[in-house]
Design a protein around this ligand. Sequence first.
Ligand SMILES: Cc1cc2nc3c(=O)[nH]c(=O)nc-3n(C[C@H](O)[C@H](O)[C@H](O)COP(=O)(O)O)c2cc1C
Length: 233
Amino acid sequence: MDSVTRRDFVRKSVAAGAAAVAPAAASQPAASSDGSVKIIAISCSPRKGQSTAGALGVCLQAAREVSPRIETELIELAGLRINGSVAAGIALAEGERDDFPTLVPKLADPKVRGIIIGTPVYFGNMSSLCRAFLERCIVLYQNKFTLHNKVAGVVAVGGTRNGGQEVTIQSVQISLFCQEMIVVGNGHPSPRLGATVWSGAPGGALKDEFGMGTTKGLGQRVAEVALRVAGVS
Ligand SMILES: Cc1cc2nc3c(=O)[nH]c(=O)nc-3n(C[C@H](O)[C@H](O)[C@H](O)COP(=O)(O)O)c2cc1C
């Protein structure tokens, strides 16, 4: 694709969904009327209740400990049907189930000021479920830049200690930057890209001391920044 064609593509895809509308987040209230701020975590493992979901639970717990204003919800994509090709305009097959629309109200809720994406590491990258989910989120960009200025963080869970967690986090983060989200890492004591978890640790992911440190740090960081953006810190 040459540069002119690429510009045309971007212009057309934005015009198709967004028209000239102000960013949704800019018009959102600073916080909900009771001053609470919601953070949701999306587990992109096809295996329900496994290491990725467990790590996100720790991450959300750490977020709640930052302030009583923080509310959290864990959403597992396991068992949901999300066809990434729909993002490119490919129609569903007749009778094909599509669960992505059920997620849109949760993602678009103005009270949701932080979104944490958790994915297993598959061959040094995100799961296909995670990729399909992120691709489908283009509709949120096309429709009033819905995720603009929401805070984002990433948890990557691999079966080995250095199994590609960091490169996986970066791969997810690119989509989040494209959504104009405020992407944060795991903060001190060892600020890095995000939560890097080893599910093969003796006793499992929740016993991975280093990984859990990064996971808690990420939850705290997303909460701190979400409160600041909402103007209630
Ligand atoms: C297709 C596939 C590829 C994988 N590739 C990697 C990898 O590159 N690096 C790694 O550390 N673990 C890899 N794993 C292991 C998973 O990341 C690990 O089992 C993780 O805990 C799965 O998350 P879950 O327990 O939430 O389902 C792979 C697993 C599968 C099924």
